[in-house]
Design a protein around this ligand. Sequence first.
Ligand code: B12
Length: 462
Amino acid sequence: MLNNQMHNKKKKILLISPARRRDPNEDFIFKMAFLNLPYLAAVTPPEYEVEIIDEQYQRIDFDADVWLVALSAQTPIAPRAYEVAQEFKKRGVTTVMGGVHVSTLPEEALMYVDSVIMGEGEFVWSEVLNDLENKRLKQIYRSGTGYDLAGLPWPKRDLLNSRFYIPLTMVETTRGCPHKCDFCGVSRFFGHRYRKRPAEEVISELRSIFKSGLRHRFNRLLARMGFDLPYFIERRLVYFIDSNFAADHDYTRKLMDALEEIDLLWWAHATVDIARDGDFLEHMKRSGCIAVNIGFESLSPENLRTMHKSFAGSFDYANAIERIHAHGIGIMGTFVAGFDGEDKSIFDRIYEFVLENRLDWALVFIRTPYPGTSLFDELDRSGRLISKEWEKYDTLNCVYEPIGMTVEEMEKGLRTVWKNIFSLKSMYHRIIRYPRVHPMFYLGMNMQFYNMVRKWQGFAQK
Ligand code: B12
């Protein structure tokens, strides 16, 4: 009997998202969930037991009885992922790894893990498991990218502990991006063909997550009476993680009709050219859009041209922001500092732009050449990379020899601009003053960063 039970015990697969390996006070952590491991869990056959561990919040039990450990990590977290893999290997557990970083550098990863899965994991996962069962695990699986996304199973979000994360639901509708910006590894990774999940499948997924219960009907009634309910009470907020949610307006409009009907709030990444079409912006607003995340990258058209993002350079950013705001949609802007023509005054100029245009939330990053990008190849070739310690590839550190300022000036300038953007004075000016856009949402978003930058010692604040 006991023998039989032992025989029937499911083999356990541990899916791990490792944590950063740095001083927590210096860290920058988004309390956000992820979809890659829940997607893998969704294509794992039911004869296996699957657990997801987010090391940011959970301890890894290296002595647990597991059959397979599968890791996912972005570049700055790869070193910790390798460490975790080594611990399991010491105990005789098979380890595999996937994601953008190891898909670019499989040979590096193979020094630490038994097998590397390159490309989109869902499409080879059962082959990996099957090969491991039959003791013929290959070192490299080239899943590649570019698959048709129809029929993609829905990620198993229930394996993540929602207590750890801000209350929002991540959803993916497309993969791939038609643009070829030189700093972006993901467009090369997922390819330049914009692949869409069938709209009906996305809509069914959303309907399965967001039911219209009593609480929702009550909240809806309050909203109709004019109460702007904080999103964290509503808890019907969706973050579309696609690189570009609105590259095909017909498709996006179809989704937006459903978003309106299901009555959701949502935010997504888009390019600045959405500002061109007032009717589209109105549709976005009507369907519950409270924010667009726009990569402005640089205020200089010349820099945008250098990074192959010149389509954005033809826009008057200030005017575009005004148009988007006029439709009641907030803007989360991201900027990159450290182009060759820039000196340390760039940080003040970005801060002034953020303030003047009242961006609802904004982040500035140091230009970071991720492996697999043309920027990395170019800086490596010209001998300007000063570090290949991946932990430093977190956009807060400068990993290349800048031209217009020193490395120290760049890193100090970055921390100072964050302190300025997330100061009380700036938050008051950007978020609280009238006219304003979803102040409850943006206060929450900004306060997370206010609390974080206050821990950074010794950086001036305006
Ligand atoms: C949402 C998001 C976040 C979220 C959640 C992160 C997460 N772990 O998913 C948050 C906000 C936390 C985040 C933070 C950062 N992010 Co981010 N983020 C994204 C974004 C927009 C979507 C990620 C996503 O869910 N994609 C969809 C899933 C399904 O794709 P995927 O994760 O690649 O997984 C697939 C494959 O890679 C593979 N796979 C992945 N893991 C594994 C594991 C195994 C075992 C297998 C078999 C397969 C496999 O299969 C999956 C399914 O096909 C991407 C851009 C994009 N469009 O992908 C950037 C992106 C991942 N982020 C990036 C970066 C740089 C960061 C930051 C380091 C810095 C920054 N400036 O933002 C920080 C990290 C902060 C920190 N603490 O260190 C880069 C990563 C580059 C790199 N070489 O690592 C990307 C690609 C953006 C870019 N254009 O360069 N990010």
